[in-house]
Design a protein around this ligand. Structure first.
Ligand code: COM
Length: 502
């Protein structure tokens, strides 16, 4: 028996456990972090950091396709671009480098004691790792989640992937079927397509159902332009193949359809890894999540659960904050999750990214009636706009750019890789209620926009801020254009974006 007694044993070193234990230590607690493999959890292996890398690679691939041979850009041999080669680089460089960084920060910089190995929970105060037992006053379960798998024939075939298999891909598929059109599935579809891969998305209900219609519309329009096929209302029945995947069978509008493919990416959701804690008698919910209260306490006193294992929303920010909240309570401080701070969301659609925070236009209209839209639309160049062509050969007049100029490319109003921007304002209070963007780099700003929404930021306050032009989200200047209106009406006219969702 070890004689040490920790204030808390943090069981799992992903985003929730790593940040929670660090915060716990910073508050003066004595902590132990138990981790079997990767500090930082799946982030650098196959989730956030990896996805950022792949989104970058896909952006490069997409831009090469788009601009090869245009302006001063050399003609590029597009047959050589490869997702498998891209992820091989990440496996060899990105994963070990990130793993070192996590270890360095946790063990060296923060001096957090880590018990490396597969831990076993003996009771709510005792954990065993590699034959050694550790005792703590509190136990925090931070065991994360795993991909949810549908119970259909063929799910065990070779080349049926989830996000966990993405870094392990050794050979590019020619035809990929993505099952599930949520933000992971849509992101995967957008990331694979630039590598000469034919992609089809099958979604049982509605893709990105909780997103603003205009972002959904932008993504549908973009996918159509790039040849990515999307089927909503597609009930997948079976994955066919002899050893390896050969087709996906789905029922769509009463008809059975077969989609030939040589790989499948399953992205229908996440299942919390609550199994290691079940013996403690904590209450488990219907998604297999550990039920917690606003302080991240489970139904067993002295046992907390943080991160994905405590159920949705499955966001890294929520994981880390749950860790912080549990740490405060462990140390006898007040700490609760704040439901009034809107959660920003984000999807990679290389070379751009879609970002949202606050209410969608539909939700805003339901709540506030006739809201004002501060909006830069996108879509086909209006028919009567001159000149129709700036330079012959430049498809739809976009500047060949590869950075945050993308967002401004929309000013040229061509239908290449233009983004879109939309702020929603309640005219009565003059407060913003939602922000939405497709562009490059805007997600940084959205972290802070979330707080401005919480405190009830007005269009008049926004107009007083300093912008650094060219910035990836132009809400300051776009709002300032009309903020002088005594009775807020917004822009004199709104160009209607074409509907691509049908
Ligand atoms: C990144 C991993 S999501 S961690 O939060 O830095 O541990």
């Amino acid at each position: 028996m070890a004689n040490e007694e920790y204030d808390a044993i943090w069981f799992g070193g992903g985003a929730a456990g790593r940040f929670g234990s660090a915060f716990n230590k910073a508050l003066g607690g004595k902590v132990l972090l138990v981790e079997k493999k990767h500090l930082g959890g799946e982030c650098h292996v196959n989730r956030c950091a990896f996805e950022n890398f792949v989104a970058d690679q896909s952006s490069m691939a997409e831009l090469m396709r788009q601009y090869s041979g245009l302006s001063w850009y050399p003609k590029i041999d597009l047959s050589k671009i490869s997702m498998a080669r891209a992820v091989e680089t990440y496996r060899k460089v990105g994963q070990p480098a990130f793993a070192d960084t996590m270890k360095h920060q946790t063990e060296l910089q923060l001096q957090i004691e880590v018990a490396w190995g597969e831990g076993r929970i003996l009771n709510k105060n005792t954990v065993e790792v590699n034959g050694k037992t550790y005792r703590g006053k509190n136990l925090v379960i931070a065991t994360g989640s795993r991909p949810t798998m549908p119970d259909i024939p063929g799910i065990d075939l070779d080349r049926v992937w989830t996000y966990r298999d993405h870094p392990e891909i050794r050979k590019d598929p020619k035809k990929l079927v993505v099952i599930g059109g949520g933000k992971i599935g849509i992101g995967k579809a957008a990331m694979f397509a630039p590598f000469n891969i034919d992609v089809t998305v099958l979604e049982k209900y509605t893709c990105l159902a909780n997103w603003d219609w205009e972002i959904r519309n932008w993504i549908f329009g973009d996918f159509r332009r790039r040849g990515i096929k999307v089927y909503e209302g597609a009930d997948v029945k079976e994955i066919k193949g002899r050893g390896t995947v050969e087709a996906v069978v789905a029922e769509i509008e009463g008809k059975t359809m077969e989609f030939p493919c040589d790989a499948v990416m399953v992205s229908i959701g996440l299942t919390p890894n609550s199994e290691p804690a079940k013996s403690l008698g904590v209450k488990i919910g219907k998604e297999n999540e550990i039920i917690i209260d606003n302080k991240c306490q489970t139904t067993v006193p002295g046992v907390y659960a943080v991160g994905d294992v405590a159920g949705p929303p499955y966001f890294m920010a929520i994981s880390r904050k749950r860790g912080m909240v549990a740490a405060k309570n462990i140390m006898g401080e007040e700490g609760e999750m704040d439901p009034t701070l809107p959660l920003p969301d984000h999807i990679y659609v290389p070379p751009l990214e879609a970002t949202s925070v606050g209410l969608t236009e539909k939700e805003a209209r339901e709540k506030y009636g006739d809201v004002v839209l501060i909006r830069v639309p996108w879509g086909p160049r209006p028919k009567n706009t001159k000149p129709e062509t700036y330079i012959p050969g430049f498809e739809n007049q976009g500047l060949p750019v590869c950075g945050r100029m993308h967002t401004l490319n929309l000013l040229f109003y061509g239908e290449n890789r233009n983004g879109m921007l939309k702020a929603i304002v309640d005219p009565a209070s003059r407060k913003y209620v939602g922000f939405h963007s497709v562009g490059d780099g805007a997600k940084d700003g959205f972290q802070y926009l979330s707080y401005l929404l919480k405190i009830g930021w007005t269009i008049d306050q926004m107009a007083e801020l300093h912008e650094i032009f060219l910035n990836p989200e132009h809400f300051i200047q776009l709002s300032r254009l009309v903020a002088g209106q005594k009775e807020l009406k917004g822009y004199a006219a709104q160009v209607v974006t074409e509907d691509y969702t049908r």
